[in-house]
Ligand binder design. Structure first.
Ligand SMILES: Nc1ncnc2c1ncn2[C@@H]1O[C@H](COP(=O)(O)OP(=O)(O)OP(=O)(O)O)[C@@H](O)[C@H]1O
Length: 440
């Protein structure tokens, strides 16, 4: 599909231009406020926000993928991923604008057009008077010589993303535009499905070419930034697609559950992780897991993110216990304990196992991508799967990726091991949901 895609010099120019603008972060709270009972008009505003924001985010990544240190950019899999990002960028910037009657344009506007001087070099895409650029701190990066410093009025992100558009009769072209834009986003999202595995493949290609055992700190930091950015891009796309395609549901705004029930999500992750463990070690009963959690504890969150984190950590604990005691010790496994507590700022989930812990010398390594003590999977074999789908262990991505998911909405992940006894992992989730995406 994209095998033959080439980045032309003209496309490079555009990419560099877009990459010179700051990315704009959103918070869970903003997404919830915006997405409740959206009209075709608010959906159009969201489409237009994404039609600006996604190319900026993608452009940052294309540029970065092209400039990676130590020849990493030359690896075939990294080039492949770069081309996917560039192709999606091109599809977004060349997506045809919607032409609207004046009264509808007015209904969508939140600022008077005469207050805004549009920069000459601004691409067509930004041609709406209400869509000036601001950073997530609320001020533009004016003065960078690209024309944006000409903006007199800076429309805050909130106003670009919200629209008070009740009582407006939306013409069919609005719905049509929203539909077509949603289709494009779905298409782009599936193009990028294999990104994590393909980048991992690229890092393997690099390790082989350099005969390197570990990746350096700079590469590690880049992978963190790159995957964190990917979580953000996919969250924005997933949320938009869900708002446009899903039936209204009382407790959901797009993919955000406004009352995500922690007990139920953790319980399901426990069952799934135990199932995978039992399959993997071919045993009848995996280590028991005790859950202590108020049954009614709920907060706004993306359930998919939380179950991913819990599932990954529980798999680690189950594996550690089984490997310490032996797969034939089904009746003697010490239980894994999961305790969930609600504080003022955080909801904290602690997972404690008696799987023997981790030697202190290995602690810095566990947060690096591709560090695993699982042997049979042989990470040097090429990845076959489309994305990481429930193997017991072996890629060395579980911990670092889970930490990124936790951090994405203002939380964190910490691990404390007692060498010779067991490991405690703390998942901190920010229950205030007001922190904006960290944008690399
Ligand atoms: N609870 C734990 N007890 C003991 N060792 C652990 C625990 N959690 C993680 N580890 C160690 O840290 C390593 C890295 O864990 P990580 O979750 O990142 O990758 P993985 O489990 O090996 O593979 P995957 O990417 O499939 O999750 C593991 O291979 C294991 O050696």
């Amino acid at each position: 599909m994209s095998a033959g895609f080439r980045i032309t010099p003209a496309l490079w120019d555009k990419i560099h231009h877009f990459a010179s603008f700051p990315q704009t972060g959103v918070s869970l709270q903003q997404m919830v406020l915006f997405g409740q009972n959206p009209s075709q008009g608010t959906l159009l505003k969201a489409s237009q926000f994404l039609a600006e924001e996604l190319p900026v985010r993608l452009a940052h990544r294309v540029k970065e993928l092209d400039e990676l240190p130590h020849n990493l950019s030359d690896m075939p899999s990294i080039k492949k991923v770069k081309n996917w990002y560039a192709q999606s960028f091109e599809e977004l910037v060349s997506f045809p604008q919607v032409i609207l009657p004046t009264d509808i344009r007015q209904a969508l506007m939140v600022s008077r057009p005469e207050e805004v001087t549009l920069p000459e070099s601004k691409p067509n895409l930004f041609n709406d008077p209400y869509s000036s650029h601001t950073s997530h701190h609320g001020h533009s990066n004016g003065g960078n010589g690209n024309g944006f410093n000409k903006l007199k009025l800076r429309v805050p992100m909130e106003r670009r993303y919200y629209a008070n558009t009740n009582n407006v009769k939306w013409p069919p072209e609005v719905q049509d535009y929203n539909k077509r834009f949603t289709k494009l986003l779905e298409h782009i999202k599936s193009r990028h499905d294999p990104t994590v595995t393909t980048v991992a493949q690229g890092v393997l290609e690099w390790k082989r070419s350099q005969n390197a055992k570990h990746i350096g700190l700079d590469m590690q930091a880049w992978l963190d930034r790159f995957y964190l950015s990917r979580i953000g891009i996919r969250f924005l796309i997933g949320q938009h697609v869900a708002l446009n395609t899903q039936q209204a549901h009382a407790d959901y705004v797009g993919i955000i559950c406004t009352k995500a029930n922690v007990h139920d999500i953790v319980q399901e992750a426990i069952e799934n992780a135990r199932f995978v463990c039992e399959e993997h070690y071919a045993m009848f009963k995996g280590p028991p897991v005790q859950l202590i959690c108020p049954k009614d504890l709920s907060f706004p969150y993306v359930p998919g993110h939380l179950s991913h984190i819990c599932f990954e950590l529980l798999k680690n604990s189950l594996r550690a216990v089984v490997e310490r005691y032996g797969a034939d010790q089904e009746d003697n496994f010490p239980p894994i304990k999961v305790v969930v507590v609600e504080g003022k700022e955080d909801i904290t989930i602690k997972i404690s196992d008696e799987g023997g812990g981790i030697p202190r010398s290995a602690i810095p390594l566990i947060w690096t991508y591709m560090y695993t003590t699982m042997e049979s999977k042989a990470i040097d074999k090429d990845f076959q799967t489309n994305d990481f789908k429930a193997p017991m262990a072996g890629f060395g991505y579980g911990l670092p990726l889970s930490r990124l998911y936790a951090r994405y909405f203002g939380g964190d992940l910490r691990l404390i091991a007692m060498d010779g006894f067991g490991t405690d992992v703390y998942i901190h989730l920010n229950r205030l949901s007001s922190s904006r995406e960290p944008l690399p």
